[in-house]
Design a protein around this ligand. Structure first.
Ligand code: DX5
Ligand code: ZN
Length: 219
């Protein structure tokens, strides 16, 4: 299993000062930042686009940009996000487009590639892509909004994916996203997850350093 990592979600940061929220993550020694990109179509909400990533880079952020595209047509946008400074680009399996081709394109652009499953999507849906990814993201809420309750029903899906990873000798990260906090994070870890997106619980935590230390101690 890869080293456990916390990926604070900027969605829960200060949208009037995203650079400051990103800088806070860097100051705590957390290497990853999760960036939620929504199109008002695949999900009923809007966030920000490639220009925001580019602006965060210009503001000096050296964080690993873990970019979660919640878009109906993600294949149209991977290049602008790669050029804007994304390090990893994750695309959902649910919309119809060339998934394998888009994952290959993400890698050809010099980024790591991830595949994402909504809560109602079974692990089987991505089985044919598991040798072409650097990360598998299991949504533990319906995507679109921060601050929702974690769905414990996703734990068996994590166990299934972790078992395939073991059996097939894969090295991709297994990430969870949605309602993750210090109470359910150990359950996700025990089920095989190693990468933990935390929006509300992290940015509202009175002890962000302690939060990061708890994840580091899972190793
Ligand atoms: C939800 C996004 C999440 C969101 C998580 O659609 O994909 O990354 O920021 O926020 P919390 O941790 O508050 O559930
Ligand atoms: Zn996300």
């Amino acid at each position: 299993m890869p080293t456990p990592l916390l990926a604070p979600s900027l969605l829960a940061g200060d949208h009037a000062n995203l650079a400051a929220s990103a800088a806070r993550v860097g100051q705590l020694g957390i290497p990853w930042l999760h960036l939620d990109i929504m199109d008002g179509h695949f999900v009923p909400n809007l966030t920000f686009g490639p220009e925001t990533l580019a602006a965060l880079r210009r503001a000096g952020s050296k964080l690993f940009f873990d970019t979660h595209l919640m878009l109906s047509e993600p294949h149209r946008y991977v290049e602008p996000f790669a050029k804007a400074g994304a390090n990893l680009i994750s695309i959902h399996i649910e919309p119809a487009y060339d998934h394998a081709g888009t994952l290959a394109r993400i890698r050809a652009l010099g980024c790591q590639a991830g595949i994402v499953l909504n809560p109602d999507t079974p692990a089987d849906a991505v089985a044919h892509l598991l040798d072409q990814v650097d990360l598998v993201l299991v949504m533990t809420v319906q995507p679109g909004f921060g601050g929702q309750a974690f769905r414990p029903g996703m734990l068996p899906k994590l166990r299934q994916l972790a078992a395939w990873r073991r059996e097939r000798g894969h090295t991709w990260r297994l990430e969870v996203d949605g309602g993750i906090d210090l109470a359910n994070l150990p359950d996700c870890h025990a089920a095989g997850a190693d990468t933990f997106v935390a929006g509300t619980s992290f940015f509202r935590s009175p002890d962000q350093a302690g939060f990061a230390a708890t994840v580091a101690r899972l190793a």
